[in-house]
Design a protein around this ligand. Structure first.
Ligand code: F6P
Length: 330
């Protein structure tokens, strides 16, 4: 790919829930753009900053030292005003007033849908780079932040397991994922959970009860149940399960909600590398003349897909992975 003689200008923002690896991706977009002689504007707080014209110039040096940091230096938000045409118009006018020729959005499904409206209504190229710790974006096998979130959760569950084994207690551990079970399933597999519950493959309460009773009868008196937040809240779930198992257990079931520790902290090497590759690919693919697309990771390779490919579609964890979790849980 040739460097440009004339300077062009692009903008980048992060939107929606933060995910480890966002900074690595911002750094990659900025440095690749600078490498090809593009100017870069950073937009603060996602679409909020686009509406309010909270713009900052970003040079290659401005993104030094951020690769290993969690969160996002550009800050993030979920901006409801962007659903309204008049605010999208304002956003477009703000971009035009700075001669910005393309907008790079690092986000999930909601971010892409909003961006797509802007692209269609005002003919500005939009490039989507997928991130979410939920990994539930249709059209790509991977979204930035997932690996770190899995590792954060695994570290926490390993610690809980020490108490679970020592006190022969049953623990319910609620993990994030919104309506999807990718995160829970991966955590269940990586921690050898006795039971993993995800929304995509429902497992009725009486089966859970039977499975634990059978395990107790065989002499195994502890259990870790990984519960995707999309299935139930840990507190209510643990209380219900406790009622069913009362005659068989000495101690009440405990529960832990892992919450936001999953989303924070330094990205894993995998997230740093993939976020960097996503960023480079996004800029180079744009410079090759492509306009509205999202970066996707498919079968171990980077590719580009139409921005709207993910709209209205549901990505499901592989049934085989769920079966593996069950086979290995005895
Ligand atoms: O989409 C990422 C995620 O962390 C989900 O797993 C979770 O349900 C949600 O965001 C929490 O959103 P908020 O940051 O608005 O509380």
């Amino acid at each position: 790919m040739k460097k440009l003689n004339k300077m062009g200008k692009i903008a980048v923002l992060t939107s929606g829930g933060d995910a480890p690896g966002l900074n690595a991706c911002i750094r990659a977009v900025v440095r690749t753009a600078c490498y090809y002689n593009l100017e870069v504007i950073g937009i603060k707080r996602g679409y909020k900053g686009l509406i309010e014209k909270d713009f900052i110039p970003l040079s290659a040096r401005d993104v030094a030292g951020i690769l290993q940091k969690g969160g996002t230096i550009l800050l993030s938000s979920r901006e409801p005003r962007f659903h309204e045409y008049e605010y999208r118009k304002l956003a477009y006018e703000n971009l035009k007033s700075e001669n910005i020729e393309a907008l790079f959005v690092i986000g999930g499904n909601g971010t892409f849908q909003a961006a797509n409206l802007l692209a269609k209504e005002f003919d500005i190229p939009i490039i989507g780079i997928p991130k979410t710790i939920d990994n539930d974006l249709y059209g790509t096998d991977y979204t930035i932040g997932f690996d770190t979130a899995v590792n954060n959760a695994v570290e926490a569950v390993d610690k809980i397991k020490d108490t679970s084994i020592s006190h022969e207690r049953i623990f319910v551990v609620e993990v994030m994922g919104r309506d999807s079970g990718f995160l829970a399933l991966e955590v269940g597999l990586a921690t050898g959970a006795e039971i993993t519950l995800i929304p995509e493959y429902p497992f009725p309460m009486h089966h859970i009860v039977e499975s634990i009773i059978s395990s107790i009868k065989k002499g195994k008196r502890f259990a870790i149940i990984i519960l995707a937040e999309g299935v139930a809240h840990a507190k209510e779930f643990a209380e219900t399960l406790n009622k069913h198992l009362k005659p068989y257990i000495d101690e009440d079931i405990r529960y832990t909600v892992l919450g936001y520790i999953q989303r924070g902290g330094s990205p894993t090497a995998f997230d740093r590398v993939i976020a960097s590759k996503f960023g480079v690919f996004a800029v180079e693919h744009y410079l090759s003349g492509n306009k509205n697309f999202m970066v996707a990771y498919e079968n171990g390779k980077l590719t580009a897909k139409p921005l709207e490919i993910s709209f209205g579609k549901i990505k499901k964890p592989d049934l085989k992975d769920y079966q593996i979790a069950n086979i290995l849980s005895s």
